[in-house]
Design a binder for this molecule. Sequence first.
Ligand code: GTP
Length: 179
Amino acid sequence: MVKQSEEQARLALTDPLTGAENRRGFERAYQREWSRGQRQYHVFAMVLLDLDHFKRVNDVHGHGTGDRVLKTLCRTLKSVMRPTDHIGRLGGEEFALLLPGCQPDQLRAVVERVQQAIHAMNVHNDLQQPVPMTASGSFVSITPRPHQNLELGQVIDHLDSYLYQAKRNGRDSFISAEQ
Ligand SMILES: Nc1nc2c(ncn2[C@@H]2O[C@H](COP(=O)(O)OP(=O)(O)OP(=O)(O)O)[C@@H](O)[C@H]2O)c(=O)[nH]1
């Protein structure tokens, strides 16, 4: 009985297609990390990531292939991230990553690893033809301070404007959102 309700609680925080955290689950993870950071001056990093021309994948190869891309993306992200990191699906093909303890000077290398792993994703359409993918995004390092409050929505809005810039610059790039 207890097991069942634990499982129900987990499902309520999970995106059923990809197994990533849904917006609610990711919000919880963010709150937890923010509070921990405030107590311990603990740095963490956030990455916003959006697949490029995903609508075209659905239109050209079908929704089934599009779904496969999303599932493969999450599997791929998990394989290059730490087990303590979080992957949240914020909407269609937009994902956020939360990396506890990721030092600012390591962040660009982590993002490059993510970008390369996306290039190397091995997804095929129903005719077994490869479907190459790229993503655009932005990233920032956060050190919570006592008496400060930074909502997840504010961080996402901030990252979103840089992500938009990456799209406008021609996609397949990640931009630092440090100010
Ligand atoms: N297969 C599949 N498609 C989805 C899902 N959720 C959202 N989408 C599709 O994702 C597409 C997103 O399209 P856009 O927002 O135009 O983005 P885009 O084509 O990636 O263009 P850029 O972001 O500008 O590179 C839409 O066609 C949505 O229908 C899903 O769960 N599965």
